[in-house]
Design a binder for this molecule. Structure first.
Ligand SMILES: [Zn+2]
Length: 275
C-alpha cells in the first residue's frame, strides 16, 4: 500500500487517492468526520455515500471523473445522505425496508431511519433510478463492487466488496472510534450475525475503509483504515457481550471497548433477543 496522498478541494473536502480509481472524499471539519468513497471504472463511476450535505459534493466528484456517476447509499442516516438529491442517477439496495419508503415515484426516508431531526434536518424526496439486490455486482468497467448486507448499525446497512483489490467499503458497519449500536434501529444480534457472515468473505490482507475517521496525532486526516483483525475483535466482542462476559466500561450508553481503535455503544433496545 502506497503512502496516502491527500489534497483539499476548497476548504471543506479532503480528497485522498487511495488506489488508482479509488478516492476517499473526507469531511474532516464536520463533527462526525465523514468519509465518502468514489470508485471510478473504465466506463462508469460510483459514489458510495454523499455526506451530510453541509457542502455540495458534486463539484468534488466532477473534478475527479468525467464518467457517468451513480450515487449509492450505505444506509439512510443524515450524515451519509445529504447530497443524494443532487444526483440524477441514484441507487439503493433492494431491501423491503427501503422499498417501503417509495411512493408516488419518490423515495421518502422516515425520520426513524434518517435521524435528521437530531440536527434539524429533513429528507429531500427524490426518485431512485436503480434498485440493486444484495449480491449484485456493480460493474464499472475494470472495477467490480459486490453489495453485501451488513445490518447491525441499522437494518438497511450495506457494504461494498472489491474482491479483486481486496477492499471492503464498510461504511458505518466498521470504522475508527465508537461504533453506534445504541441508536434507533440498531441491533447487536444482527451486528454479530452480519459480522460472522462477512468474515469468511474477507482475506487476511483485506483493507477495510470506514465512513468515519479520526485525526492522526499530528492533526491531519486520512481515510479510516481497518483490517481483518478489527473484524475479528468486533465478532469476539459481540460474542462476549451476548454471553455476559464483557462488562461495559461505562453505561448509558453502554460503552464496550473492542480494541485500542474501536469501541461499541449499545442501549436498552440494542440487545434484542439477547436480553
Ligand atoms: Zn449511520
Amino acid at each position: 500500500m502506497t503512502e496516502p496522498t491527500t489534497g483539499w478541494f476548497g476548504d471543506w473536502y479532503l480528497i485522498e487517492k487511495i488506489l488508482p480509481g479509488i478516492y476517499g472524499l473526507g469531511e474532516p471539519k464536520y463533527y462526525q468526520v465523514n468519509w465518502n468513497y468514489l470508485v471510478v471504472g473504465e466506463e462508469r463511476a460510483l459514489l458510495f455515500d454523499t455526506g451530510p450535505g453541509v457542502r455540495d459534493i458534486t463539484p468534488v466528484v466532477q473534478s475527479l471523473t468525467d464518467k457517468p456517476v451513480t450515487a449509492l447509499l450505505s444506509h439512510l442516516h443524515f450524515d451519509h445522505t445529504g447530497n443524494f438529491h443532487r444526483f440524477a442517477d441514484t441507487a439503493l439496495a433492494d431491501l423491503p425496508v427501503l422499498r417501503a419508503c417509495e411512493w408516488d415515484g419518490l423515495f421518502h426516508a422516515p425520520d426513524e431511519m434518517f435521524l435528521g431531526s437530531v440536527d434539524g434536518l429533513t429528507w429531500t424526496p427524490m426518485p431512485i433510478r436503480q434498485w440493486w439486490p444484495i449480491g449484485h455486482c456493480i460493474d464499472l468497467g475494470g472495477a467490480v463492487l459486490e453489495i453485501l448486507a451488513t445490518p447491525g448499525h441499522s437494518p438497511e446497512s450495506i457494504s461494498l466488496l472489491d474482491r479483486k483489490r481486496l477492499i471492503l467499503f464498510a461504511a458505518d458497519f466498521l470504522y475508527l472510534g465508537n461504533l453506534y449500536g445504541q441508536i434507533p434501529g440498531a441491533s447487536l444480534p444482527d451486528y454479530l450475525t452480519a459480522a460472522k457472515a462477512l468474515a469468511p468473505e474477507l482475506g487476511d490482507d483485506v483493507l477495510i475503509l470506514g465512513a468515519h475517521g479520526k485525526p492522526l496525532p499530528d492533526g491531519t486526516h486520512i481515510a479510516p483504515r481497518l483490517g481483518r483483525p478489527d473484524l475479528g475483535d468486533l465478532i469476539a466482542g459481540l460474542n462476549a457481550i451476548r454471553d455476559g462476559k464483557m462488562p461495559p466500561v461505562s453505561q448509558n450508553p453502554d460503552h464496550y471497548r473492542l480494541n485500542d481503535r474501536i469501541a461499541l455503544l449499545a442501549g436498552p433496545e440494542s440487545y434484542g433477543i439477547w436480553r
